[in-house]
Structures are given as structure tokens and as C-alpha cells.
Design a protein around this ligand. Structure first.
Ligand code: ZN
Length: 375
């Protein structure tokens, strides 16, 4: 078990040493099906599920000197028959509630006796943010994304340690990953799916097929320029990146999709159904459940344009989510407190209005809308 006094020297160093030792054993591209299965039992941390059973518990991460314990809730649904290991994670952004609810619902409803392979799930990654109702970040250290795409705990704080434990103990055991997201508490969005391309043809083909299982109107194909190589000590290091937290997909090197569904700090039933049905379809596609998956051909965004305002003031969008907009078309405005328009916001491209940051109060440089440019 990995256990560490967060913020204290000696045991944290032990953890880092263990992590790097463990990482050296993980090849860049592999099928992990057998890696946490012994005689059909799926074991994650101290939790073990026999074939045809489901178990839930916790992976202990560590504790603060104040006694504040840090741990992940973990679910294992171990099928009666052999098959793939599908990993579900939700709540990296803890106010994106639809994903969290979807994982809880799947765990309670799916009968492991009808399952081939296993589901390993962390239904809530960012527990501190959930309890504090904080968007985007872990409120303890203000880190967004748990450094998951960065690798290692080099930046030291709680989120990086949590991210590394999640990678080593859970993500590295999986054959495929669904990383559930949505609009955060200040965002409304279309329900769609993101695929981060790895450059490996077979992985990307399966990721795109998994995305099609969500039957969304749109898919965003994102290509991050991130490469992992092994250094002389056998540790995986990143050689380049073009995005701060990008790169998890290239680190895991397993088929991965990121559904974006629900938003506004609410629990939209339609978005939960979108996620639930999509995951069940993915399980059929991976032959974990019987039946033919429903799949659709979504239109593809090749770029997402974040529209910023130059002024502070009162912002209102003049478009509705899902609207097709043209380059140069007015899509919103910023007013001063006397109601006079001080800035007209226009679309940078022809595309689809897919994300809105709906708080009218804006500051210069704030992103207020996102326009997906179609391929
Ligand atoms: Zn998110």
C-alpha cells in the first residue's frame, strides 16, 4: 500500500521512490488485462473481487500531519467471464455531477454475472472539491487535473500525489478508459465526446469507436503533441507538450474517451442517460456485455476556439447552445452598468456554439464561449 504523510519529507520520499520503481515496470504500450487479475480475482490496492462479484472500498493515499486522511473510493465489478478491464473515473472536476451519478448508477445496476471482464471505477477523484463545492481545482493546493498528464509527483503537492496514485494503482491496470467530465459549475455545454489522439493507429481507432458509442452529434478529435520516452533510469519522461495538463492519453496508451455531459453544477437526468447508455454501448463494443452496441457517426470538431472578452462588465450571449455560427457573426456583447454596449463579441470561425460560461460578470481576458470548428 502506498501511504504517505502529505507535506512531510521522509515518507513522501519513500512514496516517490516506490512510484518511480513501479513506473519502470510499465511498458509504454501494452495490454494490461492480466496485470491486476490473479486466478480470476481482480485486485486493486487492498480490495479484491472474486469472479461474478462486486466490491467497493477505498485506496488509501496518505494523511496530513493534522490527521486529514486522503483516500479514493474504488469500485470493482468483476465479471463471471474473462474479458477486458474498463476503467471509469469521474469527478476530477467535482462539480461535474452527472459523471459521478452515472458511475454510481452503473455500479449498482450492472449484474457482474452477466459481465465479461471487469469494471474498475473511481466515482469521485476530487473529494476535497466535492465537499467544498469548488469548481475546476482541488481546493487544498489549487491544482487543476491532478497533474495526471504530467507524470510523477515532482511538483509535490497533494494533487500530484493523488494523481500519481490514481495512475499507478488504477489507470495503469486498465485496457480502456472513460474519463467522465461535463460543464463545470459555471458552464453550460452540448453533450459530446472528446478523443485525444495518440498517433497509434489501433488505439485511436478503438477510441473513436468508443466515442461513437455515445451517439452524440459531435466528437472533438484533439491531437496533443506529447511524447513519453524512457530515460536511462527506466523512468518515463515527457519530451514535449503543447498543453499544460495534456498527455494522460499518451501516458496510459490505452483507448480513451472523455465524454462531456451535463453542466451548471446541476444533475441533468438527460445527460446522465447519455453517459449511462454510452458506457453500456462501449461495454457491448468491448464484448463485456452481450448485444450489439448502438453507434453513430458524429460530426468532428478539429479545433475548439475559446472566445475571450476584452472588457470587464456584464456579458450576455446572443446565441443558443448548438447554434451554427459564422465567422465574424455577432454572438454576444458586454455592457457597462448603465446598459450601454461597450464590446461586441464575434465568432472567430464558422462553427458550432458548444460551451458557454454563463456568469454575466466578466473580466478582461475571460473565456465566455467556445466555438467548435468542424473538420
Ligand atoms: Zn471537467
Amino acid at each position: 500500500m502506498l501511504s504517505v504523510h502529505l507535506g512531510l519529507g521522509v515518507r513522501a520520499q519513500d512514496l516517490i521512490a516506490q512510484i518511480f520503481k513501479a513506473r519502470a515496470r510499465i511498458p509504454l504500450y501494452r495490454l494490461a488485462t492480466e496485470s491486476c487479475i490473479i486466478l480470476g480475482h481482480v485486485r486493486i490496492g487492498d480490495l479484491e473481487a472474486k469472479p461474478g462479484t462486486k466490491m467497493h472500498g477505498y485506496i488509501k493515499i496518505g494523511e496530513f500531519p493534522t490527521g486529514y486522511l486522503v483516500q479514493y473510493p474504488i469500485m470493482i465489478l468483476n465479471g463471471a467471464k474473462r474479458g477486458r478491464i474498463l476503467c471509469l473515473i469521474a469527478g476530477i472536476h467535482a462539480m461535474e455531477y452527472c459523471g459521478i451519478e452515472t458511475v454510481m448508477r452503473l455500479f449498482t445496476r450492472i449484474d457482474p454475472c452477466k459481465l465479461s471482464g471487469a469494471i474498475v471505477a473511481v466515482p469521485l477523484v476530487n473529494i476535497p472539491a466535492f465537499q467544498a463545492r469548488v469548481p475546476y481545482v482541488n481546493p487544498v493546493d489549487r491544482v487543476n487535473g491532478f497533474g495526471l498528464g504530467k507524470g510523477g509527483v515532482g511538483e509535490g503537492s497533494m494533487s500530484y500525489i493523488m494523481g500519481e496514485v490514481l495512475f499507478q494503482k488504477v489507470l495503469s491496470k486498465a485496457d480502456a478508459l472513460i474519463n467522465l467530465h461535463g460543464g463545470d459549475s459555471v458552464e453550460e455545454n452540448l453533450d459530446f465526446v472528446i478523443v485525444n489522439e495518440t498517433g497509434e493507429t489501433e488505439i485511436d481507432r478503438i477510441s473513436k469507436d468508443m466515442a461513437k458509442c455515445f451517439c452524440s452529434d459531435y466528437m472533438w478529435l484533439y491531437h496533443a503533441d506529447v511524447t513519453w520516452i524512457k530515460d536511462a533510469g527506466g523512468n518515463w519522461i515527457k519530451t514535449s507538450e503543447n498543453r499544460k495538463n495534456g498527455g494522460l492519453h499518451k501516458r496510459t496508451m490505452i483507448p480513451t474517451v472523455i465524454p462531456e455531459a451535463g453542466g451548471s453544477g446541476k444533475m441533468q437526468e438527460g445527460s446522465v442517460r447519455f453517459l449511462y447508455d454510452g458506457i453500456v454501448n462501449v461495454m457491448k463494443y468491448l464484448r463485456m456485455l452481450s448485444g450489439k452496441p448502438a453507434m453513430s457517426e458524429p460530426r468532428v470538431f478539429h479545433t475548439q476556439h475559446r472566445v475571450k472578452v476584452r472588457s470587464s462588465g456584464f456579458f450576455l450571449s446572443s446565441k443558443s447552445l448548438g447554434d451554427i455560427v459564422s465567422k465574424g457573426e455577432m454572438i454576444g456583447s458586454v455592457k457597462n452598468i448603465f446598459g450601454e454596449v461597450i464590446e461586441t463579441v464575434t465568432s472567430p470561425v464558422d462553427g458550432v456554439f458548444d460551451f458557454l460560461m454563463f456568469h454575466p460578470s466578466v473580466l478582461p481576458g475571460d473565456v465566455v464561449m467556445i466555438i467548435g470548428e468542424l473538420a
